[in-house]
Write a protein that binds this ligand. Structure first.
Ligand code: HEC
Length: 262
């Protein structure tokens, strides 16, 4: 049995090593150089810390450029190359934007014009749905119902009475500037041509926003077809009385307009 206690080798600490190897202390300049070198390694750390915590007017250092900076002209930039000084070129006269071709005024606009597509030259609204959509009226109406519930019912209500949830909420909050959504069952709206209802959806009416961008041409006509169904199946509604006070009149009933501070 070996006695481990006796054989144990002393742990070689640096000082013991120096003593046993008879190493001499390094010269003072070497120690100084080492200390300076160690302190020098802190400089990049300090610079990183500063860069992260200081505000600067200069752009960040950008090591890898990839294609971030390219010699090109942005929208609205000036460009002395062209005689009008603009980098953007006007489209060639007669250019039609994608999806904006009005091949059939009845189908795409819902009205007829005397001068191209200018709204100022409207001669009349289309009386009925376009011929091409009248073939399968049943599926058109059910598509219209689906789209109406998505886009219109929130304001105009499920039956078109102008009592959608948004309308109810606005009245609850006494929103002074709220214009109630039109009751679509009144005689006034029943007398409107199909094309005028279509145009109301496409372009909006006064305080109603336009839905031309969200709803396709066919779906807009489908909604019109569904509106007609709603009107056929429900009794004619009374013309509404003004519910909210007209804008700019004082809310307080006692105050007369002359007492309003200017
Ligand atoms: C954000 C609420 C809102 C939505 C959604 C909305 N409307 Fe309206 N709509 C209104 C308001 C408000 C008016 C009344 C505008 C006015 O008189 O200033 C109106 C008016 C109308 C009119 C009467 C236009 C006229 O000639 O007087 C029709 C028709 C109509 N909307 C159909 C629709 C259809 C169809 C949809 C769905 C595509 C729809 N609305 C979606 C708020 C809305």
């Amino acid at each position: 049995m070996t006695n481990y206690q006796e054989e144990r080798v002393p742990i070689p600490t640096p000082w013991r090593l120096i003593r046993e190897l008879r190493l001499k202390r390094p010269p003072w300049w070497m120690i100084l150089a080492l200390v300076i070198a160690v302190i020098a390694t802190w400089i990049p750390l300090a610079m990183i810390y500063r860069a992260r915590h200081e505000k600067s007017r200069l752009p960040r250092v950008h090591f890898i450029h990839d294609m971030d900076h390219q010699p090109r002209f942005g929208p609205q930039d000036p460009n002395p190359w062209f005689h009008d000084g603009r980098a953007m070129r006007l489209p060639i006269e007669g250019t039609i934007a994608r999806g904006r071709l009005v091949s059939d005024q009845h189908l795409v606009l819902g009205y007829f014009t005397s001068d191209g597509t200018k709204a100022s030259s409207v001669t009349e609204f289309a009386k009925e749905l376009p011929e091409s959509l009248r073939q399968d009226l049943e599926s058109l109406v059910s598509r219209g119902e689906n789209r109406y519930m998505v886009y219109c019912a929130v304001c105009h209500g499920i039956l078109g009475k102008g009592d959608g949830v948004i309308n109810q909420r606005a009245i609850e909050l006494k929103e002074a500037k709220w214009v109630p959504a039109t009751n679509l069952l009144t005689q006034m709206i029943r007398d409107r041509a199909d094309g005028q209802l279509f145009q109301a959806i496409s372009d909006g009416v006064r305080s109603m926003p336009s839905y031309g961008a969200q709803i396709s041409v066919r779906d807009r006509w489908a909604i019109v077809a569904f509106l007609r169904k709603l009107q056929r199946e429900n009794p004619v509604a009374e013309e509404p009385k003004l519910v909210s006070p007209p804008i700019d009149t004082p809310r307080n009933d006692q105050a007369s307009p002359t007492e309003v501070p200017r």
